[in-house]
Write a protein that binds this ligand. Structure first.
Ligand SMILES: Nc1ncnc2c1ncn2[C@@H]1O[C@H](COP(=O)(O)OP(=O)(O)OP(=O)(O)O)[C@@H](O)[C@H]1O
Ligand SMILES: [Zn+2]
Ligand SMILES: [Zn+2]
Length: 740
């Protein structure tokens, strides 16, 4: 056997040491060492023994062998069956694809192992037979020993009760329990429990049988030997979740495991219970409100084989299952699948890479697939499945577009059009429920002067301040707060007022219009408290209100059978955002919002109010015509050279000194122009970001487009190296972002 070298990260918590160091692997260790092992190596001055992480094993090295030191010892070996080595390989892929340090990538993939205190659960167990216990009970009654009586009575009934319950609900002191234990009446037993965020036991018989369309999809995906990834394009309410569950059941039956990614906002009690009812305690969930310890516990349970299915948002993708067989990404088009922090990975691409390493399948599901996914499906890279019918047989809703310009001409200045008002009246009479959806982005109320047009801005960011209740103005980017001025700060005019309508104003209008109706509002303000949005959804589900008013939050994947009307108050606003995906986002929002109507027995109506009613995104959404939208949008992307027609990487620069940032960014562009690959790419910028300053930091961006992802990755690697070495980049931060 030739010499083996181990490339080792010396300290995962030390960002400064983000590089691998090469060590010799002693011959006796060659068959024992694995990627992922924690080893001890001599390091630094005096060759102090230091812990390190094996990230690569190789037969070649660029270093001088005589100067290399050997690995001393394997401290914690990774058992190859746990798959930790594959997660490390995934981290390496993420580092290379998205740009980050190896340590950042490792931390994303493997939660830092903190020492955690495991909770013990104490249980009280009855040691007496029933007859003995009853004798004893009479004795306590006679002696008037009430506490002992209560406990023994409960134990006689249950045989075993949790310690906390005994102390809490039966109101007993620890000394009573101790005495009874000493007398041999009961014993306490401790079991180590991992904190389980799902508390109730709810597994029952599962009795939904797949329909023809669903069964075809399940069989198709299951038997496909060619494609690793499948895209399931199913209209809203077509029963995609049932398809996922059947695929999971088959996976688990083969002793393999499944990960289900669901956007955080859709991770409601209702959704989780659907899975729980079918799979019971073999499931765990993670979400952003779990503490680091709780999250770690859940990963530990996965590694121990206590669960087979993990449900959660983006980061659940890194659940350390050792025999991962299936990854499902529901609502695949959701922007939240893209990480906002370095490495800025996309869960879709990363899932496909992980599945490749694990030999698993990936299923992407959506009623409104991302252009990327649909494009790749059409290219044949993914298998494409379509479900066109709603599972419960109801029809897709009737959609009406209301031209709000006409409404104005007819003298209606309200946010509620005449048509919508009539429809609401009708549904209220029929005791049916409705949702009013407001596109938040265009509606944040800002303060402006009617005399000179001045808009009150944040002094630290390039954004307008939002007016809140109690006469305060707040910056949503940095938290800056100020009192609302009574005169224009620029010209002194008193004609200064709030523009735009928020959910609060809509709520007021609706309450005035329909004083009898029960109204719920769901937005950032009403959902701030823990489980706030779940409470509102539960109340609406229980039909405690007729009307639910909300922002984006209310359109995601909810299933309310009694909702027969959805009103979309201003459909176009997000179209004006400076983003090539604005049209796609608008189409998705409208289609998903419309999809909340008429899911039960009764048919549904949707009213879309728009100032731009002929826009293809709006007309296509009103027809629920994904394919029509796709063709139109894709031809625009082809023409303008945007993904998925090309690959695009952006380079985001931030810095306090604007001129210095400009120079630093200009230089990167020059470097790219001098590279031999420059003919295969297009470089745009640097230009100011759409918000050019946040928290007194200037922000600029460079876009690089090209047809070959490898070339873009190569360029990124060269620039990364240069930025790391060069003094001029110490005071600016440059981040890479692969658009997808
Ligand atoms: N085969 C079936 N038989 C009876 N009911 C079904 C069947 N499949 C699904 N359903 C029911 O139809 C409703 C919609 O299904 P589901 O929520 O899975 O759809 P979906 O495609 O995920 O919808 P969306 O994309 O709008 O969230 C649910 O109430 C579900 O229980
Ligand atoms: Zn600010
Ligand atoms: Zn003014």
């Amino acid at each position: 056997m030739g010499q083996l070298y181990a490339n080792i990260i010396v300290d995962i918590s030390q960002e400064k040491l983000d590089r691998t160091f090469s060590y010799l692997v002693p011959e006796t260790m060659q068959n024992l060492i694995h990627i992922g092992d924690v080893v001890e190596v001599p390091f630094g001055k005096g060759n102090r023994l230091t812990k390190g992480y094996v990230v690569e094993l190789t037969g070649t090295t660029q270093y001088q062998i005589s100067k290399m030191k050997p690995v001393q010892e394997i401290l914690v070996g990774t058992d190859q069956t746990t798959g930790e080595d594959r997660l490390i390989a995934l981290a390496a892929w993420m580092r290379n694809t998205y740009g980050s340090t190896m340590i950042q990538a490792l931390k994303t993939v493997i939660p830092i192992k903190k020492k955690i205190r495991q909770k013990e659960r104490k249980t009280l167990i009855l040691l007496l037979s029933d007859a003995e216990a009853e004798e004893k009970l009479r004795f306590y009654a006679k002696k008037n020993q009430k506490a002992r009586y209560r406990l023994l009575e409960a134990l006689l009934e249950e045989k075993e009760i949790p310690y906390e319950l005994a102390v809490g609900k039966l109101n007993l002191s620890a000394s009573v329990i101790r005495t009874m234990a000493e007398q041999g009446i009961l014993k306490t037993e401790s079991v180590l429990v991992y904190r389980n965020p799902l508390h109730q036991k709810h597994q029952g018989a599962y009795n939904i049988a797949l329909n023809e369309e669903q069964r075809k999809v399940v069989d198709g995906i299951w038997n496909d030997k060619v494609h690793r990834t499948s895209l399931l394009h199913g209209v809203t309410g077509s029963g995609k979740t049932e398809v996922y569950m059947e695929l999971i059941a088959r996976t688990v039956a083969q002793q393999r495991q499944a990960i289900v990614l669901i956007p955080e906002i859709s991770l409601t009690y209702q959704t989780v219970m659907r899975f729980y009812r079918r799979f019971g305690e073999r499931i765990s969930i993670i979400h952003s409100r779990l503490s680091a310890g709780e999250k770690y516990d859940q990963f530990q349970r996965a590694q121990n084989g206590d669960i087979d299915i993990m449900i959660g948002p983006r980061s659940a993708l890194f659940t350390p299952f050792s025999r991962l067989g299936l990854i499902i990404i529901d609502e695949e088009h959701e922007p939240s699948y893209k990480s906002e922090t370095t490495p800025r990975y996309h869960a879709r691409e990363t899932a496909i890479e992980r599945a490749k390493l694990e030999g698993a399948k990936v299923v992407l599901g959506s009623a409104t697939p991302s252009l990327e996914a649909y494009y790749r499906a059409k290219q044949g890279k993914y298998a494409l499945y379509t479900m066109t019918k709603r599972a419960r047989g109801s029809a897709l809703p009737d959609v009406e577009i209301v031209d709000m310009r006409e409404e104005l001409r007819n003298g209606n200045r309200s946010v509620i059009s005449q048509s919508l008002k009539e429809a609401m009246t009708e549904k209220l009479q029929a005791k049916e429920q409705m949702m009013l959806f407001l596109n938040r982005r265009g509606y944040a109320g800002f303060l402006s002067c009617r005399s000179c047009g001045h808009v009150v801005m944040c002094p630290h960011c390039d954004v307008s301040l939002s007016v809140h209740n109690h006469g305060r103005m707040v910056c949503h980017y940095c938290g800056y707060e100020a009192k609302k001025p009574v005169v224009c700060p620029k010209c002194g005019s008193t004609f200064i007022s709030t523009f735009g309508t928020g959910t609060q104003q809509v709520e007021q209008v609706v309450k005035k219009m329909f004083p009898e109706a029960g109204v719920l509002r769901m937005d950032m303000d009403t959902t701030r408290e823990k489980d706030g949005h779940e409470k509102i959804l539960a109340a609406f589900q229980n039909q405690e209100a007729d009307i639910l008013i909300g922002t984006q939050m209310i359109v995601k994947g909810h299933d309310f059978p009694n909702v027969t009307l959805v009103g979309i108050l201003a459909a176009d606003l997000s179209l004006y955002a400076q983003d090539y995906k604005a049209g796609e986002r608008t189409f998705q929002l409208l289609t998903q919002a419309a999809g909340r109507a008429g899911r039960g027995e009764k048919s549904g109506n949707v009213i879309i109010q728009s100032y731009d009613p002929e826009h293809y995104c709006i007309t296509a959404a009103s027809r629920q015509d994904y394919c029509g939208f796709y063709e139109e949008e894709m031809s625009y992307r082809m023409l303008a050279g945007y993904p998925p027609a090309v690959y695009m990487m952006s380079l985001h620069g931030t810095g306090k000194d604007e001129a210095h940032l400009q120079t630093a960014m200009d230089y990167l562009v020059k470097m790219m122009q001098r590279m031999p690959e420059s003919a295969r790419i297009r470089v745009l910028g640097p230009t100011a970001e759409s918000i050019g300053k946040i928290q007194d930091e200037y922000r600029k961006v460079i876009y690089i487009k090209g047809e070959d992802l490898q070339i873009l990755t190569g360029i990124k690697n060269k620039l990364e190296k240069y930025i790391k070495m060069n003094e001029g980049y110490r005071t600016v931060q440059i981040q890479f972002d692969l658009e997808n």
